[in-house]
Ligand binder design. Sequence first.
Ligand code: NAD
Length: 281
Amino acid sequence: MQHISVVGAGTMGNGIAHTFAQFGFDVALIDVDAAALVRALAAISNNLDRQVKKETITEADKQRTLGRITTYTALADGITDADIVVEAATENEAIKLRLFGELDGLCAKHTILASNTSSISITKIASATRRADRVIGMHFMNPVPVMKLVEVIKGYHTSENTTRSVVALSQRLDKTPVEVNDYPGFVANRILMPMINEAIYALYEGVADARAIDTVMKLGMAHPMGPLQLADFIGLDVCLAILRVLHEGFGHPKYAPCPLLVNMVAAGTLGKKSGRGFYDY
Ligand SMILES: NC(=O)c1ccc[n+]([C@@H]2O[C@H](COP(=O)([O-])OP(=O)(O)OC[C@H]3O[C@@H](n4cnc5c(N)ncnc54)[C@H](O)[C@@H]3O)[C@@H](O)[C@H]2O)c1
């Protein structure tokens, strides 16, 4: 595998493109929004500058990395050489189903179609294609150049060959791939989101204030960041959407989102990106 197409140039797409290019792959970065591509290249350049400053890469490495990324606004133009497409478009089922249907029609037969989705069923996404054996989840963590994990999600029909290819590819990026099966929330969010929800319940029920709850988890459990601060960083709307996927997918009341979370999202208090969440930014 040498040619990688990344669809979606937002927070995750720019990190994924950066990482592949840094490890010598040719990257086509595609977004329907031309301005998002401009922002993505600027973000990648800034993040590479940070690596140069830390002396983990040289200025020449930075230039080589940027030189390996080409941007496109049309899907058909950006996927012509792709050995694998990593989709990191907006987390919306209708968008992903339409995209995978289009990708299936446009891509070469051998091309693997991977999704970076946090919560949408890989099996469902694969059903929009006629190559369900070559559809897989490749769930990177934010920030992608820094975080070691790739959660590799095997859909119902994902073949052993496809899984092996994506595991090997992740290792070439100096990441640690972990294989999981396709059930709601996979592993990462199935465990993380109920913890965040429980922290919100503790706040809602007046067990302690936000700072106290986060301090207990930071100093007591050696978490680098407390669950309420982490929720603010992820976005409370994103947390709520993932909890709804867990609640609906398992039909178990233990996943029901805390009413305080529901209220904060309705009020537009979405965390860091809105300037206010459990903390002020
Ligand atoms: N942000 C995170 O921390 C995080 C972590 C892990 C996984 N994810 C997943 O990664 C994916 C992307 O998330 P994000 O936070 O980068 O979103 P984002 O909103 O920052 O970026 C999404 C980009 O996709 C583009 N897009 C939308 N429809 C498109 C289409 N049809 N073709 C091409 N581009 C299209 C948008 O213009 C936008 O630039 C989601 O599936 C999300 O669940 C996010």
